[in-house]
Design a protein around this ligand. Structure first.
Ligand code: HEM
Length: 178
């Protein structure tokens, strides 16, 4: 989280009484925070992929996928395509600015899947992420305890931090959630 993202939460907190719950409107103001979350989901999509069945013969990139065949789609293939995301290995939340996102082809961000079977809890996941991040940055300072080289993950098949990702948390403000 950058200082600007942090400021987004301070601004929301200013309008609140001590212990007052977040509202739907507050969540709509967490634009930078959601960009950080989306960029994280782009670089490390929790779901590795899923299957689709070809409903008709499809030609793709010179190959024919016959009707009835199963196809495995994997978000990281799309998310790491330099033709879609410039320097895809770089963490750059501004990729999700409205302007930049609108310039990309459809189905460029598929951490939640796409089409009729898209994750039905996508909005719930967004709310949970934003609320968690709000309380985390408002009430705690945290520090990664592992070195940069140990700060990596494996897939089993969900991404899982190799060393458990120990963090040191300092409680900096009273946490009274209603
Ligand atoms: C960051 C959080 C989450 C991510 C990245 C995520 C991602 C996904 C993906 C990629 C799919 C497959 C979509 C497709 O095949 O097109 C999926 C399906 C699904 N997700 Fe999520 N999900 C998240 C959170 C949740 C939560 C919190 C719930 C339930 C409370 C949930 C319930 C489901 C269900 C039931 C399906 C199956 C939908 C179907 O097959 O029609 N997901 N999710």
């Amino acid at each position: 989280m950058t200082a600007t993202t942090h400021a987004e939460h301070e601004e929301i907190a200013k309008s609140k009484q001590d212990g007052e719950a977040l509202t739907w409107e507050d969540l709509t103001k967490m634009k930078l925070t959601w960009r950080v979350a989306q960029e994280t989901l782009r670089m490390v999509p929790p779901i590795f992929g899923s299957f689709r069945r070809a409903l008709e013969d499809i030609e793709f990139d010179g190959y024919v996928i016959p009707k009835g065949w199963q196809v495995f789609w994997a978000p990281c293939v799309t998310h790491m395509d330099p033709g879609i995301y410039h320097e895809p290995t770089k963490f750059e939340p501004s990729r999700f600015d409205n302007h930049a996102a609108a310039a990309r082809p459809p189905y460029s961000f598929v951490a939640f899947g796409g089409g009729p079977r898209i994750c039905p809890a996508m909005e719930l996941a967004r709310v949970e992420t934003l609320v968690t991040m709000h309380y985390l940055v408002r009430h705690f300072r945290w520090r990664l305890c592992c070195g940069e080289k140990d700060n990596t993950f494996v897939r089993d098949p969900l991404p899982s931090p190799v060393n458990g990702l120990p963090v040191e948390l300092d409680h900096i403000a009273p946490l009274r959630c209603s």
